[in-house]
Ligand binder design. Structure first.
Ligand code: PBG
Length: 356
């Protein structure tokens, strides 16, 4: 910065660049501050605002969750998630084509089996509900990315994410079942498997089993920092997966812990995760930003069922402008560092983004 004085005029050169010369007013100027700097200049019209916009949303940022149930023949709306439903097999081709046509990045599948048992055997059955759903979607829309949620809670009679013995979810024995589930999803044609169980060592177990079964090229999206959250409430209605005793705090993370989330991510990266996830999104934007700062692999955020339900409820009461609030919220998740957003708003948001 150069400063010249001549007569009663002061010339202040340079605030941003050395060549920029400003004839200053008589009153003293703090270089870099007001009135030389007026941030409103770049907010004057939509053209300027668009030019300098730092974060933009696109449909291919989104992954849309689909609940597929073996126990129904007609779509069953989910009351706590207005606009969402459980879908029977046979209706997915239509869904898949519609989602692909909107340019949405992919879908993530959750299955509700006709029968549940202690071992969650529907999760790794070759003709299980998700395995059949994958084939149906891939036949209809081969280019639509199909992610599968790898977990046992929708398939076990007790509703926990792993094998239970003596009232305790067993870590190491569960790994084998999860690995079988992931391999069966791969065999059915999944593009990505996403373990959400929060057992220790599951990413390594899945990687090893996939590699040994001829799926060395199949990527793993790890639900790395998955918190024991109240915001999963509506999902448990949708997926019929509420635990029948206790809760998930013995395996999902304590919402108070940010540093531990970084350790979870680190371990999953070391075990071979190709993408990592933070879940839920809104109460954990700080965690997202910290993971983004530390790691360069693709980062996903799960904008979960309770976050969706809150917005829908407020909009239904006329308390929020749903379109603006939703796009602001999704944009905030992306600004915090997410490359990929799993959201029940994917279809609506993709439509809104396509409107002028
Ligand atoms: C299954 C699973 C859950 C969610 C995604 N995978 C529920 C849970 O852990 O209880 C929650 C998704 C949502 O709330 O939208 N393990």
């Amino acid at each position: 910065m150069a400063l010249e004085t001549g007569g009663d005029r002061r010339v202040v050169a340079a605030t941003d660049t050395a060549t920029d010369t400003i004839v200053a007013p008589r009153r003293p100027v703090v270089a870099g501050g007001f009135p030389a700097r007026r941030l409103r200049r770049l907010r004057r019209n939509e053209g300027l605002r668009r030019l300098v916009r730092e974060t933009t949303l696109q449909p291919d940022d989104f992954i849309y969750p689909l609940f597929v149930s073996e126990a129904i023949t007609e779509p069953a709306p989910i009351t706590s998630m207005p606009g969402q439903a459980q879908w029977p097999l046979g209706t997915l081709a239509h869904q898949a084509r519609q989602i692909a046509a909107l340019g949405i990045g992919g879908v993530i599948l959750f299955g509700i089996p006709a029968v549940k048992d202690e071992l969650g055997s529907g999760a790794y059955a070759a003709d299980g509900v998700v395995q059949r759903a994958i084939r149906e979607i891939k036949d209809a829309a081969p280019d639509l990315v199909v992610v599968t949620d790898v977990c046992l809670c929708e398939y076990t009679s007790h509703g926990h994410c792993g094998l239970v013995r003596g009232g305790v979810v067993q870590n190491d024995e569960t790994l084998e079942l999860l690995a079988r589930e992931a391999v069966s999803h791969a065999a059915a044609g999944a593009d990505v498997v996403a373990p959400s169980d929060m057992m220790d060592g599951r990413v390594a177990a899945l990687r090893e089993a996939l590699d040994a079964s001829g799926y060395a090229d199949l990527p793993i999206l790890a639900y790395s920092a998955k918190f024991a959250s109240a915001f999963y409430g509506p999902f448990r209605e949708a997926a019929e997966s509420a635990p029948q005793f206790g809760d998930r705090r013995g395996y999902q993370m304590d919402p108070a812990n940010g540093r531990e989330a970084l350790r979870e991510v680190e371990l999953d990266v070391l075990e071979g995760a190709d993408m990592v996830m933070v879940k839920p999104a809104l109460p954990y934007l700080d965690v997202l930003a910290r993971v983004r700062d530390r790691w360069n692999l693709p980062l996903a955020a799960y904008n979960v069922s309770g976050e969706y339900a809150m917005l829908k409820a407020a909009a239904a009461n006329g308390w929020l402008d749903e379109r603006r609030a939703t796009l602001e919220l999704l944009g905030g998740i992306k600004r915090a560092g997410a490359d990929v957003i799993i959201t029940y708003h994917a279809i609506e948001a993709a439509r809104w983004l396509g409107e002028p």
